[in-house]
Design a binder for this molecule. Structure first.
Ligand code: NAP
Length: 457
């Protein structure tokens, strides 16, 4: 296992902004085979999840397989030998099978705002939070109102002298209702694991139902809209601000957000919501289109502007037969059979690949399903040392036609929003249009009929 950083943890290691936590309940956002009875809250914070992941590495004896500080710079398939040649900053490797598990939310989107580099104060992306940043007494701008911004703003607003939130699209916000996991519940989960399993199963089931509604643009989404609108009305008494914060697309079209402290933070005296588009950034601050002659001055600007999800640069490093996955995806679309295998790139699994994203449930469920698929590929390759598996192009085409037909009815397509779920050409290439149960069934094991069997020389 090659890891470019000096520790495991991915987003839960890298995102150290104040308030960073998971919006999927922890019992579900953890491995089915490594359940933790003593989460401190129902929705764990980043540090606790990171520690859980490190504990898993230790408890499953993975340390001996882990090479940190190894940034993979190239991975090339060699037809003649039926192997992947992997070059990294820590050394070179040859392998019959390659699993790419680089994640999707790690390359910041830096917005193309004129003058951004002219700003004289502190300027950073939410995913690259400086550990020594102190908001106390500062005039701060936060650009963006997505999942990261709604966690950051309530944490830093009380200390800031003034805080302006630059909102392009108001999100739908549902109540979060998080609370500490009581000592009685923890003791029960510890003593009788079946109770923990039952709680997890319930979370699983409710998320599967929600997922079905996203996929079918179901009637339940109206109900979600009503709960969110009530939440907004209860927390924002000022009708003008309420109007400013009202979402105008179908709930779920963009990621549905959970928060109990976002609206109260926006209602604070020292917080302003700016909905006018940003014109430019100057050395002193931000100019918006409401008054192009006026600069709002800031000491710090936080870019909570999301990540390069559909164009992760890593895929330019994965090459076969004179091309790279990035080139192929640019020419066609980001695609992989069952989100996992790519035609022309044999013996390769892309974890959380195209169209494996979920609107509300736990990605751990998808990851475990893909791990089973990868394990069945590995088992086949192990027993067939001269054979390689390349997914057939006609299988991929049929799969994509079915995928597109399902996506056509989804709220991500019909909901009237623009979102990072779409690629540069506007196609939804990130979301899985089905339940996690269906995905697990499809990825239980490799079906050899789907693959061309290549023989090494
Ligand atoms: P995001 O959801 O992509 O939100 C980015 C925000 O920045 C949006 O409000 C977007 O506005 C705004 N924006 C982007 N470019 C802009 C520009 N040029 N001018 C003004 N506004 C601009 O990013 P994120 O909040 O970092 O979240 C990314 C994903 O990470 C989430 O969807 C989620 O999957 C994950 N995440 C999860 C958690 C969790 O609790 N599990 C927490 C944080 C993040 P528009 O809406 O108009 O595009």
């Amino acid at each position: 296992m090659l890891e470019r950083a000096d520790d495991v943890g991915g987003v839960w290691r890298d995102n150290i902004y104040p308030g960073c936590r998971c919006d999927v309940p922890s019992l579900l956002y953890s491995f089915s085979f490594a359940q933790k009875p003593d989460w401190t809250t129902h929705y764990a914070g980043a540090a606790e999840i990171w520690q859980y992941l490190r504990d898993c590495v230790q408890n499953f004896g993975l340390e001996g397989h882990l090479l940190t500080g190894h940034d993979v710079t190239d991975a090339s398939w060699d037809d003649a030998s039926g192997t992947w040649n992997v070059t990294s900053t820590g050394g070179d490797f040859r392998a019959r099978m390659l699993i790419i598990a680089v994640g999707a939310l790690n390359e910041p989107t830096i917005p193309a705002i004129a003058g951004l580099s002219d700003f004289d104060g502190e300027l950073f992306h939410s995913g690259q939070w400086p550990s020594d940043f102190d908001p106390a007494g500062k005039r701060i701008a936060v650009i963006g109102t997505g999942a990261s911004a709604i966690q950051i703003v309530p944490e830093i607003a009380p200390a800031a002298a003034a805080l302006a939130v630059y909102q392009r699209t108001p999100p739908w916000i549902m109540p979060r209702g998080d609370k500490p996991m009581g000592s009685r519940a923890r003791a029960l989960f510890e003593a009788i694991p079946a109770t923990r399993q039952a709680a997890r199963d319930w979370q699983f089931l409710t998320k599967e139902v929600t997922t079905t509604q996203f996929v079918k643009s179901g009637r339940l989404l109206e109900f979600v809209g009503k709960i969110s609108s009530k939440h907004l009305a209860a927390q924002i008494p000022d009708p003008a601000l309420r109007e400013q914060l009202t979402a105008h697309y179908t709930p779920g079209c963009k990621r549905l957000l959970l928060s109990d402290d976002w609206y109260p933070a926006l209602a604070r005296d020292n917080v302003t919501v700016v909905s006018e588009p940003i014109e430019r950034i100057t050395a002193a601050g931000i100019v918006d289109s409401a008054d192009p002659g006026k600069t709002r001055e800031f000491d710090a600007i936080v870019l909570a502007t999301g990540f390069q999800v559909t164009a992760n640069s890593f895929f330019a490093r994965v090459r076969a037969r004179g091309s790279s996955i990035a080139q192929d995806w640019l020419a066609t679309r980001p695609s992989a059979y069952l989100g996992s295998t790519v035609h022309g790139y044999p013996n390769l699994i892309v974890m959380t690949g195209p169209n494996t994203g979920l609107g509300s449930s736990s990605m751990v469920l998808m990851i475990e399903a893909q791990a089973a698929y990868a394990a069945s590929m590995a088992a086949y390759l192990h027993t067939h040392p001269r054979t390689s598996l390349d997914v057939r192009p006609e299988v991929v085409d049929a799969y994509l036609r079915d995928l597109d037909a399902r996506l056509a009815n989804s709220v991500w397509e019909t909901g009237g929003c623009s979102s990072w779920y779409r690629d540069a050409k506007g196609r939804i290439t990130t979301m899985w249009p089905g339940t996690t149960t269906r995905f697990r069934k499809l990825t239980r094991q490799i079906n050899l009929d789907d693959y061309a069997l290549l023989t090494a020389e």
